[in-house]
Design a protein around this ligand. Structure first.
Ligand code: PGA
Length: 264
């Protein structure tokens, strides 16, 4: 079975000192008797945090020996060179990152990231031995024009046909994040999340084969909170969450973990 993943995308929040304090607080929370903490300790749920680059080291230090992995929110596709302000995949691998978010809607829509760039980045992340968390999702106007599935298909076809079946099966995660639900408090309905995730899984099967479709984890993201997580993760094709706002507080992150542990 696919292990439930709760991944926290901190975005541009929590500087190094705040990240260390978060790690210290998380250590206490993970030691408690709550079913969410137990699921993480027993390896039934995977917990990952994606801090800003500058907070990676202090967070990693605070999390030492805890069953929590770290990831990054972006990377450049070249491994080194004259790319002022960029960070490469091998640099992140050296820092101990397991995951790198690629194609987040804020990268696509605020920073002009194209489908072609996402493919270069996916290749770089895989080449450095890490796993891309590949984000797809439609804008509100695209949903209103009934173009949701077309958008998801375009975003996914930019990368899936270029992947080996081995990578698709073991080293790729998709996050369905409807753009209108990100940071807005408007969550997708359980049925809409399921329909999109099922469509994605069917497309993975077409492009990469049935084994990859069965193995690949597909997350939902967009205004996930402790109160709505249980119903979403109960959907058969939702394998966990990419959480933004609710991941920068230990209490709400652990509330989501607890709600998810019912599926673990
Ligand atoms: P949100 O963000 O949980 O704050 O809506 C999700 C994301 O952008 O990954």
């Amino acid at each position: 079975m696919r292990k439930v993943l709760c991944a926290g995308n901190w975005k541009m929040n929590l500087a190094p000192l705040a990240a260390k304090n978060f790690g210290d607080e998380l250590r206490v929370a993970l030691g408690e008797h709550d079913e969410g903490a137990r699921s993480v300790r027993e390896g039934k749920i995977e917990l990952a945090l994606m801090p800003p680059f500058v907070s990676m080291a202090s967070l990693r230090g605070a999390l030492e020996d805890l069953p929590v992995v770290v990831g990054a929110q972006n990377c450049h596709w070249e491994s080194q060179g004259a790319f002022t302000g960029e960070i490469s995949a091998p640099m992140l691998a050296e820092l101990g990152c397991r995951y790198v978010i690629i194609g987040h809607s804020e990268r696509r829509h605020l920073f002009g990231e194209t489908d072609e760039m996402t493919l270069h980045k996916v290749r770089a992340v895989l080449g450095a031995g890490m796993t891309p968390v590949f984000c797809v999702g439609e804008l509100l106007e695209e949903r209103e024009e009934n173009r949701t599935l077309l958008v998801l298909e375009r975003q996914l076809r930019a990368v899936l046909p270029h992947m080996s079946s081995e990578d698709a099966q073991h080293r790729f995660i998709v996050a369905y994040e409807p753009v209108w639900a990100i940071g807005t408090g408007k969550v997708a309905s359980e049925q809409d999340a399921q329909d999109a995730c099922q469509f994605i899984r069917d497309l993975v099967s077409t492009c990469c084969g049935a084994a990859a479709a069965v193995a690949m984890r597909i997350l939902y993201g967009g205004s996930v909170k402790p109160e709505n997580a249980a119903g979403l993760v109960a959907q058969p094709d939702v394998d966990g969450f990419l959480v933004g706002g609710a991941s920068i507080k230990v209490s709400s992150l652990m509330g989501i973990v607890k709600a998810s542990s019912r599926k673990a």
